[in-house]
Write a new protein. Sequence first.
Length: 711
Amino acid sequence: MSARLPLERRRFLQLLGGGIVVLVGLGPDALQAEEAAHLVPEDFNAFLVVGENGRVTLLSGKVEMGQGVMTSQAQMLAEELGVALSAIDVVLGDTDRCPWDMGTYGSLTTSTFGPALRAAGARARSTLVSLAAGRLGVPEAQLLVHNGVVSVRGVPEKSISFGALSQGARMVRVVDQPAVLRAVATFQIIGTSPVRLDAIEKVTGAAKYAADIRRPGMLYAHLLRPPMHGATRTSLDVASAERLPGVTVVHEDDLVAVLHADDESAALGLAALRATWALPDATLDPDNIFEHLLATSPEPREVTRLGDPMAAHKLAVRLFETTFHKGYVAHAALEPHAALAEFSRGRMTVWASTQTPFPTRDGIAKALGLPISAVRVITPLIGGGFGGKSAFGQAIEAARLARITGKPVQVAWSRADEFYNDTFDPAALVTIASGVDPAGLVSLWDYSVIAAGTRGTTLPYAPPNLRIRSSGKLFETAGTEAPSVHPFAVGAWRGPGANMNVFAAESQIDIMAAALGIDALEFRLRNLTDARMRRVLQTAASTFGWKASTTPAAGGRGCGVACCIDAGTYVATMAEVQVDLSSGRVHVLRIVCAEDLGLVINPEGARMQIEGGLTMGLGYVLSEELRFHGGEILDRNFDSYEIPRFSVVPRIEAVLVHNDTLAPQGGGEPAITTTGAVIANAVYAATGVRMLRLPMLPARLKQAMLAQGIH
């Protein structure tokens, strides 16, 4: 069997029990339907089980971390299968029971996993109708499916339930060809906003997260961390800790931990350890990091080229050259990383807060030298991930300690651990040279990015001469020594790289519009040939009540606009801000965000994602920037690292632009990508000051205003 499903057929069927199993086979390794009764496919993307009690179990490798996919996935399945939403049981992120999945990130769950899931539901419905036709003695064409019951058209009393059809059955069906999906006009569950399946658990406090899981005989572990990245331990004295009653000290290679049956006692044991460290030279800080990135990043590679950008530099009527900067940003999820590991009878079971259950399983197996089949990862509810929980260091730590001690071990990072071990959104810089032709249209777009990748560099506009170059690392894992470019690990952060790229691109568009004396909205519309984007932008403007302006407003109040394409979704955002001219503090008064994300599975869930993205975006725009000195992380809690609070959240209006002809697109990340540009553009409209660095801290804005004589 493949590494994706390291289960023998017998074990697989034992886990699923009786009933009708539907798989969606993808790729060359998927088996044909007639083979499915004998073997389980090695490579598949979705499955469900119709049980003898009529309940349907949805098994998905995706995870629920607040984005609502537990509910939206159940909606898609219930709609296509023909059962009530209340008949669906959902199992997520269990590597023994669920199909292999790359992880939950990138706004990909609905757009990439959804089609396979809907196909599985449609194929299961077809299978059940076929079985019912035989039991009821009528052709399939005469049968209807509603709420888990198959009945004869016009004779509703002649019927049979899904549960009755499944009794005594152990059948495997593979979706190996396009399934016949229900028409949008017939939807009863897709397109509605039911109460979330996890709502009651969460609002009552009954929801279990990784740190809430308990096992008999469990030990709590606290780990020794270096004072800074790149530090090397030169001595370790564990004597004082070992004298404490009930304490176990583990020292194996790089792993030093204190364990106890009581969490506070384990923490006291950690405090009793005595270690000395050799510290590396610390030269980098938030202000000189950009020079470092320029000096150490390799030559940029050309990603895209259209027309003749070099000639366009010379032919442009006006040329605009700007450099934009952004600092490091922490994920700062409310739930820190946690994991509980238990090693029994040669198998390791780990309950972990992770966005990537299967890569986590594989990483644990590699770290412990175990076969993949000997590791199981179970993913409880997750309290926010935003890309940060793609990393799974805490799960490996817990698994190593569980095997060493022979007891269940919980590793729950403190907030200080969370900041120290985070894979930060990288500091980055973008340089843009753009130009216009005699008609005032964008004729040149020469774009160079360092350390933010290329997501968000696809323009909604169509300049005839375009070049995009990229250099530096968006993802970089910390090792035993500090990485060569970034002083600590960096990685995916909600909309990886796109926040920086859209901030730069849409700020540059505003710079051009202002210099040409054209209203910011009008300039965008002049340069838009994409009818879909024009519709979204005009919808946002209508909802917002946009008033054309070509000069900054007086009194520190102004409006901005930004748009982009992200994860297949078209986004247009408008914002109004009030700038306190005496302090430089920005107050965001209201935001309108219009999105065309194709067919919407759950409208309220989609609006919540927009609202959450914009709210989180206020952090990287206005306050969130990691303070560090070399590999030393200076921010270790929320007393110094400021995330958005309810008091700063403005009135937000999320507008869904109807487009049922398009398959569902990503909804979790697109809105956040426009936040930097829309606020920066509004600040310019309010003050005449163009902010080229994020975050726009009050002191930075105040300094910029003073430089322009604004008091």
